[in-house]
Write a protein that binds this ligand. Structure first.
Ligand code: NAD
Ligand code: ZN
Ligand code: ZN
Length: 390
């Protein structure tokens, strides 16, 4: 089959690889009809996630048709149309039973690698390094889905791929980012990053009852989407410094909660940016955490900072004093996608949201390398790319 493979830093190629096979009773094989490129894929593309190997098949946002199921999968049949969550979860361990699917204790066969770096291992993820299981991803014609009796969600025929594909990751991720803010009536929520994840965090903040939502970015087309499609107010951080601006907009108090939807590759102008880039290049700091620093400093006393941007390792100049002295709560995590699938599918069916609004580009899988370059460099006002393998 054809699959989009990580070759090296900023080098992905569509190559012919072996077709996936059922390995375990609880596996299924999915024929992928739609798959997307995520901001998390850019961290792999830019070489910031360790333990990638040349030839690894990328992709963790995908959906398609079940073409084979193992004997242990009773709830799916050939021909079912499904969306697959990006974390792989067994459904029955200590953490899965508590709804913490992205930290499943049974799905990472390379747990020892993650334990070295992080103390304990989270779940395995599709197409996301050997540290997180070495699973082949879904930017491919076919993919093996482990624990297929737990993850995949069946999709009603009348909904299009574009409407439901993002249930695999970015809609639940944005939603969880907003949910972690414990939004109360009258709240103002600020969101760093108006990429696809930030858009869903902003939209979800409104769905959960926020009165005002403020999006922060520097790309006009992303800020425009936040205003026109989500109803947010915006700050272009190249035109105004977010900290004084947010104070001004909130009567001096600061937003009730701040969401970091940027992660480890934050763009950081000026001296601090040069400092972070140099330390990251020398491997003295793994991540560039400028959005997170700002989110903490901006948040009102006693507020919440919700971190859905992905971090890999260790960060520098972390404003712990600001957090501690001002009673800030931090909440974070890879999204526990499984728990949001049904409720968010319902919101799509009710017409409360049509997640396809973030899509700017459709391409055949064969153009994945162009898609990555375009998404990374924001060429042609690219916000979200959907790849079609067939
Ligand atoms: P993206 O790269 O399209 O969006 C990031 C946005 O942040 C860009 O628009 C960029 O201009 C903006 N940005 C960069 N520096 C900034 C700064 N200093 N201040 C404000 N904005 C800044 O990516 P995406 O697909 O929207 O993903 C965003 C993040 O969410 C990534 O880190 C990704 O890995 C993460 N993510 C996490 C989960 C999860 O489960 N927690 C799931 C999916 C994605
Ligand atoms: Zn993703
Ligand atoms: Zn589990």
């Amino acid at each position: 089959m054809k699959a989009n493979c990580w070759i090296g830093k900023q080098d992905v190629r569509v190559e012919t690889v072996a077709d996936p096979k059922l390995l375990n009773e609880r596996d299924a094989i999915v024929r992928v009809t739609s798959t997307a490129i995520c901001g998390s894929d850019l961290h792999l593309y830019d070489g910031f996630v360790p333990t990638m190997e040349s030839g690894d098949v990328l992709g963790h946002e995908f959906m398609g048709e079940i073409i084979e199921v193992g004997r242990g999968v009773q709830n799916l049949q050939k021909g079912d149309r499904v969306v697959v969550p990006f974390p792989i979860a067994c459904g029955s361990c200590f953490t899965c039973q508590r709804g913490l699917f992205s930290v499943c204790e049974n799905s990472n066969p390379n747990a020892w690698m993650a334990e070295k770096l992080w103390g304990h291992s989270p779940a395995g993820l599709f197409g996301y390094s050997h540290l997180l299981g070495g699973f082949a991803g879904g930017q491919a014609e076919y993919v093996r889905v482990p624990f297929a009796d737990v993850g995949p969600l069946k999709i009603p025929e009348h909904l299009t791929d574009d409407q439901v594909l993002f249930l695999s990751d970015i809609f639940p991720t944005g939603y969880m980012g907003a949910e972690m803010c414990n939004i109360q009536p009258g709240d103002t929520i600020a969101v760093w990053g108006c990429g696809p994840v930030g858009q869903f965090a902003m939209k979800s903040a409104f769905l959960l009852g926020a009165e005002r939502v403020i999006g922060i970015d520097r790309f006009p087309e992303r800020l425009r989407m936040a205003r026109e499609r989500v109803g947010a107010e915006t700050i272009n951080y190249e035109e105004a410094n977010p900290l004084p601006e947010l104070k001004e907009m909130t009567g001096g108090r600061g937003p009730d909660a701040c969401i970091d939807a940027v992660g480890m590759e934050a763009h950081t102008p000026g001296f601090v940016g040069a400092y972070d880039r140099a330390k990251q290049a020398l491997m003295l700091e793994t991540d560039r955490p400028n959005a997170l620093r700002e989110a903490i400093m901006a948040c009102r006393n006693g507020g919440t900072v919700s971190v859905i941007g992905v971090y890999g390792g260790f960060i520098d100049k972390f404003p712990m004093g600001s957090m501690m002295n001002r009673s800030i709560t931090i909440r974070t995590g890879q999204c526990h996608v499984h728990r949001y699938l049904k409720p968010l599918l319902e919101r799509i069916q009710n017409g409360e949201i049509d997640p396809s609004f973030v899509i700017t580009h459709h391409m055949p899988l064969s153009q994945a390398p162009e898609g990555y370059a375009m998404f990374k460099d924001k060429q042609d006002e690219c916000i979200k790319v959907v790849l079609k393998p067939h």
